[in-house]
Write a protein that binds this ligand. Structure first.
Ligand code: PLP
Length: 421
C-alpha cells in the first residue's frame, strides 16, 4: 500500500471534509523553503507551513542546538523545577518584547496561549475582588480552536455545534477610516457595563481573516480606551510575532502597549509545538498572595519542555542576526516591486502588504472552501508551489530564507494564474 492509501485507513485530518477531499499528499522531506514529496518533486513552501518555519525547514543552526539539548535534558515537570533553556529563553524574550512585558508563561500552541491570556485576564479581576465576565474581540478575528479561544474567534464560521457553550464575548468591527467612530462608541457602550475583563485582538494583521490589515492609529485609540478602564489588553501575536510585519512584534507599531501577549507558530521555527504568554508585572502581582487560591492554576504536561525551549532560543538568536534582518528587508522590497507589477491587473481587486506578509484579493467571487479555491490551489501545486488561498485571497508568507529565484517562481505562478483565470 502507498502512503496515501495507508493515510486513509486511520487518519483524520484537521479542517478537512474527508468525503469531498479524501486524499492528502505525503511529504517526506523539507529543507529551507522547499518541501519534497515521495517522487522527489519539490514545492516552494509559500506560507512557511502556517508561518512556523520562518528560518527555513530543518535549519542547520537550530538542528545543532536541539541535538545538544536532546542529549542533555529531555523533559522535566515545570511546576517546582526549572532549567536553563527556559530561563535563558525568558531573558531573551523579555529583551525583544515591548518594554512593559516582564513575565513569561508557557503552554503548547497558539490556542492555549490565548486561553492562558484570557484566563489570566479573568482571574486578574477576580483576584482583585471584581467579577468581570465579558471579553471583547473583533468580529473577524481568529484566536484558535479551544473553547475560550474559539469563543473569541468571530470568524469561526463552522462553530455551530459549540456556540451554546461559548464564554461571554462581545464583538466590535475591525476599525477603518469610515467606521472608527462607531467602533469606539460600541466599545464604550460595552465597557460602561463594568463587565468587560479583556480585549483580545490580532495587532494590525488578521491572519485567518484573509490577511486583513488595519491601521495602528485606530488600534491605538481602542487600546487607550481599554487602558483607561482597566480592561486588560491581549495582543494575539501568534501569527504576527517574530519579524513578519517588519518589526519583531506588530505591537511595536502601536503606542499603547498590551498587558498580555500570546506567541507561538514561528516561536519554535516549525520544529516542535510550544507557546508563550507574556504579561506585565502588574498582572503577575495580582496573583501573589498568602492564599494558594489566588495562584494561576493552569498547567500543561509539557510546559516549557527543554527541547522546545532550546529551539526557540536558537530561533530568537537567528532572528536578530544581520543575515535574517537582511532577508526580511529583501523580501519586503521584492513584494513591493511585485505589487507595482500586478496591482493594476484586471483580475486583481486589491493588494496589501505588511512586512513580509503580502496578500492579493482576486476580482472574482469565491467560497472560502469552494471548488474554485481548490482549482487555484492545484494550479500552484502543479507548478511546485504551496500556497493556501483564503477564499479569493492569495497570500505569501514565505520562510525568510526563500531565495530570490524561488520568490520569482512564486510571483510568476501568480501572474500566470491572473492571466488565465
Ligand atoms: C494560528 C493562530 C492561532 C492558533 O494557534 P494554534 O497553534 O493553531 O492553536 C491563534 N491566533 C492566531 C492569530 C493564529 O494565527
Amino acid at each position: 500500500m502507498t502512503l496515501k492509501e495507508r493515510d486513509k485507513k486511520h487518519l483524520w485530518h484537521p479542517l478537512t471534509q474527508h468525503k469531498i477531499h479524501p486524499e492528502a499528499l505525503p511529504i517526506v522531506k523539507a529543507k529551507g523553503a522547499l518541501l519534497f514529496d515521495e517522487d522527489d518533486k519539490t514545492y516552494i513552501d509559500g506560507i512557511a507551513s502556517w508561518y512556523t518555519a520562518m528560518y527555513g525547514h530543518c535549519n542547520d543552526f537550530i538542528l545543532e542546538k536541539v541535538q545538544e539539548q536532546m542529549q542533555q535534558l529531555d523533559q522535566i515537570v515545570f511546576a517546582g523545577f526549572t532549567h536553563k533553556p527556559a530561563i535563558e529563553l525568558s531573558e531573551e524574550l523579555i529583551k525583544i518584547l515591548p518594554d512593559n512585558q516582564e513575565k513569561i508563561f508557557f503552554s503548547d500552541n497558539g490556542s492555549t496561549a490565548n486561553e492562558v491570556g484570557i484566563k489570566m485576564a479573568l482571574q486578574y479581576h477576580f483576584n482583585k475582588g471584581e467579577k468581570r465576565n465579558t471579553i471583547i474581540a473583533f468580529k473577524d478575528g481568529f484566536h484558535g480552536d479551544t473553547f475560550g479561544a474559539m469563543s473569541a474567534s468571530g470568524l469561526s464560521v463552522y462553530n455551530g455545534p459549540f456556540e451554546d457553550f461559548f464564554i461571554n464575548v462581545k464583538r466590535i468591527s475591525t476599525p477603518n477610516f469610515e467606521n472608527i467612530d462607531n467602533v469606539i462608541k460600541q466599545l464604550q457602550a460595552y465597557i460602561k457595563t463594568n463587565e468587560v475583563a479583556a480585549f483580545i485582538y490580532e495587532p494590525l494583521v488578521q491572519g485567518a481573516n484573509a490577511m486583513h490589515m488595519y491601521e495602528a492609529r485606530y488600534l491605538d485609540q481602542i487600546l487607550s480606551i481599554c487602558k483607561e478602564n482597566n480592561v486588560i489588553t491581549i495582543a494575539d501575536e501568534v501569527m504576527t510575532g517574530f519579524g513578519k510585519t517588519g518589526k519583531l512584534f506588530a505591537s511595536e507599531y502601536i503606542e499603547t502597549k498590551p498587558d498580555i501577549i500570546s506567541m507561538s507558530k514561528a516561536l519554535t521555527a516549525g520544529f516542535v509545538p510550544m507557546a508563550v504568554t507574556s504579561c506585565t508585572q502588574e498582572i503577575y502581582d495580582a496573583f501573589l498572595d498568602d492564599s494558594v487560591g489566588k495562584a494561576f492554576f493552569h498547567a500543561h504536561t509539557y510546559s516549557a519542555n527543554p527541547i522546545a525551549c532550546s529551539v526557540a532560543l536558537a530561533a530568537v538568536e537567528l532572528l536578530q542576526t544581520e543575515e535574517f534582518q537582511n532577508h526580511i528587508d529583501r523580501i519586503i522590497r521584492a513584494h513591493k516591486d511585485f505589487d507595482t507589477r500586478i496591482k493594476e491587473h484586471s483580475k486583481v481587486k486589491t493588494t496589501r502588504q505588511k512586512g513580509v506578509i503580502y496578500a492579493l484579493e482576486l476580482n472574482i467571487d469565491m467560497d472560502r472552501y469552494g471548488k474554485k479555491r481548490y482549482e487555484i490551489f492545484d494550479h500552484f501545486m502543479q507548478k511546485g508551489i504551496f500556497l493556501r488561498p483564503l477564499g479569493n485571497t492569495i497570500y505569501i508568507l514565505a520562510p525568510y530564507v526563500i531565495t530570490d529565484e524561488q520568490l520569482n517562481s512564486v510571483y510568476d505562478a501568480i501572474v500566470e494564474l491572473l492571466d488565465t483565470i
